[in-house]
Design a protein around this ligand. Structure first.
Ligand SMILES: Cc1cc2nc3c(=O)[nH]c(=O)nc-3n(C[C@H](O)[C@H](O)[C@H](O)COP(=O)(O)OP(=O)(O)OC[C@H]3O[C@@H](n4cnc5c(N)ncnc54)[C@H](O)[C@@H]3O)c2cc1C
Length: 343
């Protein structure tokens, strides 16, 4: 059995790993010249937060996202499972209570317990929510680990594939009986017209003076921001949510807001060295839920929105099962249902 995966973002690489692990002969075709050169996945925070995301996402995201907490540690040893924290300043305490009402699987922490978990936050917040079962990872290292795993499994990732080269490779693969898995993210709008882009802006800073060992969300009525430790004194600060499909540069307002929130978490962030400013465009369907969808001979895995690393393991498993399923029924795992349903 053969399959060709289009796109080497987190969706494509996870699909390739799941397929190769089931004995399918796989190749990955990527438009960019190297890993991360043209993908949204490169700019992700890397939070694996199925419970926190429930604050704004449907139950399906939590249900599918739970798989990521066992999948990633098996594929990427750098996955960190130390939970995540949510804090709010005194004037925004109502936001924290609202967050608690919309989520579950958390513990309320007082200032003392918060300081025990994150000593550098001692004295800064009187209470916090702690989601002990969540995790995080460095997306770039995780993508590299998947690529390395694919190399070990004998799967080639062919970079720098322009439209013509891709087309030739697809025709050849399909002539050999292969299935096409389309994981092109937002570029798949030519075939999935209801896909839209949601731009996200982020920063990477270096601040060796502060030590945080798990992601911290800082709630604010207008600008909720999170900070994800990347190790070695580096932090990712993210992320805006802007209805736009243009990966244009960060705006001054966004930069101010992201840095302001980090500074409010800990004033030492005022001294942080800015390493990188980046933007990515999240592929999203109108309901902000993912789909694994067969159209003609192609299986589309798309609409991962703000949950690519969280959802890729479950979606990849589902896509691999579809490839292997005899008869190839026109099955769709559509997001508005917790169940698979027939299209
Ligand atoms: C700032 C920010 C923070 C985020 N934080 C998190 C987070 O903490 N946790 C989380 O789970 N998710 C997070 N996300 C969301 C996550 O990054 C996305 O959901 C995910 O990257 C989407 O992955 P994808 O593989 O579908 O698309 P992409 O990563 O965009 O990959 C698509 C790939 O297809 C390639 N391609 C396009 N056209 C072609 C073609 N014709 N031929 C071959 N290849 C092609 C592209 O070059 C690209 O490499 C965040 C996103 C942003 C922007």
């Amino acid at each position: 059995m053969r399959a060709t995966v289009l796109g080497a973002g987190v969706a494509g690489l996870a699909c390739a790993v799941e397929l190769a692990g089931r004995g399918v002969t796989v190749e990955v075709l990527e438009r960019g010249e190297r890993l991360g050169a043209a993908c949204c996945s490169w700019y992700a925070g890397g939070m694996l937060a199925p419970w926190c995301e429930r604050e704004s996402a449907e139950p399906l995201v939590t249900a599918l996202g739970l798989e990521s907490l066992t999948w990633w540690p098996g594929k990427f040893p750098g996955t960190v499972l130390r939970g995540s924290l949510v804090v709010a300043h005194g004037r925004d305490a109502g936001e924290l209570r609202q967050f608690a009402r919309r989520t579950e699987h958390y513990e309320w922490l007082d200032a003392e317990r918060l300081a025990a978990l994150e000593p550098d936050l001692a004295g800064r917040f009187s209470q916090a929510l702690y989601f002990p079962e969540e995790g995080h990872l460095d997306p770039r290292a995780a993508l590299a680990a998947l690529a390395q795993r694919l190399a070990t499994l004998g799967v080639a990732i062919r970079f720098g594939m322009d439209a013509e080269a891709c087309q030739k490779a697809i025709v050849a693969a399909q002539a050999a009986g292969g299935t096409l898995i389309d994981c092109r993210g937002l570029a798949a709008r030519d075939e999935l017209p209801d896909l839209r882009g949601v731009k996200g802006e982020m920063l990477i800073v270096r601040l060796p003076d502060v030590s945080l060992s798990r992601p911290v969300r800082v709630l604010h009525p207008r600008v909720p921001v999170y900070i994800v430790p990347r190790g070695d004194g580096h932090y990712m600060i993210g992320a805006t949510m802007i209805e736009s499909d243009q990966p244009t540069r960060i705006t001054a307002r966004s930069l101010l807001e992201l840095l302001g929130a980090a500074y409010a978490l800990h004033p030492a962030f005022g001294e942080a060295e800015i390493i990188e400013i980046g933007t990515g465009v999240r592929p999203a369907f109108p309901d902000n839920l993912p789909r694994v969808q067969r159209i003609g001979g192609t299986i589309h895995v798309n609409g991962l929105y703000r949950h690519g690393f969280l959802l890729a393991p479950a979606l990849a498993r589902h896509a691999a099962e579809q490839v292997l399923a005899a008869g190839h029924s026109s099955e769709v795992m559509h997001a508005d249902s917790h169940q698979r349903r027939l299209a």
